[in-house]
Ligand binder design. Structure first.
Ligand code: IPE
Ligand code: IPE
Ligand code: MG
Length: 246
């Protein structure tokens, strides 16, 4: 049996369909999704083993949505931030934003920086919010910086290691996710943490994000503990490591 994951990443999908089923506008689905995100954060903060929770809130591709949905989401991010930051700080939770923030309005960027600062000492949980995040964009910006170092002669191209690329990613400060959860029924990664998910266990559920509560989260964790993570080795090698003599 595996111990619970230390880092959980979630693709929070299904808000639009949740709203549509209720004949409500898509934005009502996103508002309901915000409550589910709050519950996921509370769950992770209460769980002693979980150190990091990464929530995919807005992808580099989501700008292509109708303008009113995008602007509604921006307002929702701003109000959620201003309403939740004190609670996060009080509960010893650190917030970090991963993604290219430069595309957001100056005031939202300012709010994000302030939230990171106000919660920087949080040790109970590191909450990463992926906003304007794309896995390919993430790898590209890391590789660009390495290319600049090669151009200035600081690094030889032949010396580039995997760890150099990892070190330049938005999530470099935290360990890779052990468990990825995607709600909403699709079985795809949608350009989320492409590099970091190399060895994550993938859990897919048809539950729409606004309906994903702490019981569903506990179920995903329970599923995780029955996986055998082999990292390329054989099943026998791994179970010998766990139970056999040193
Ligand atoms: C995910 O829910 C939230 C965001 C992408 C912001 P969706 O809005 O994608 O919901 P569906 O997939 O249309 O149901
Ligand atoms: C992924 O959901 C992005 C977020 C949850 C923020 P999408 O709804 O955008 O993904 P696709 O379009 O179905 O692949
Ligand atoms: Mg979707």
């Amino acid at each position: 049996m595996l111990t619970p994951p230390k880092h959980i990443a979630i693709i929070m999908d299904g808000n639009g369909r949740w709203a549509k089923k209720r004949l409500m506008p898509r934005l009502a689905g996103h508002r309901a999704g915000r409550k589910a995100a709050r519950e996921a954060v509370e769950f992770a903060a209460r769980h002693a083993d979980i150190d990091v929770l990464t929530l995919f809130a807005f992808s580099t591709e989501n700008w292509a949505r109708p303008e009113d949905e995008v602007s509604g989401l921006m307002r929702l991010f701003a109000s959620a931030l201003s309403e939740e930051v004190d609670t996060l700080a009080k509960n010893d939770i650190r917030i970090r934003f991963v993604g290219d923030l430069s595309r957001f309005s100056a005031s939202l960027q300012q709010q994000m920086r302030e939230a990171e600062q106000a919660t920087q000492h949080g040790r109970r949980l590191c909450l990463q919010l992926a906003l304007n995040y794309g896995g390919r964009a993430d790898i590209t910006q890391s590789v660009k910086r390495l290319a600049e170092r090669v151009a200035t002669g600081d690094l030889a191209a032949s010396d580039i290691q995997e760890s150099d690329i990892s070190a330049g990613l938005y999530g470099a400060e935290v360990p890779d996710p052990d468990l990825l959860i995607r709600t909403g029924g699709e079985r795809r990664i949608s350009n989320f943490l492409l590099w970091d998910l190399a060895y994550a266990e993938l859990y897919f559920t048809d539950t729409l994000w606004p309906d994903f509560d702490r019981h569903e989260m506990a179920q995903a964790l329970e599923w995780f503990t029955h996986r055998q993570r082999r990292f390329g080795q054989t099943g026998e090698q791994v179970s010998n490591d766990a139970t056999g003599p040193a």
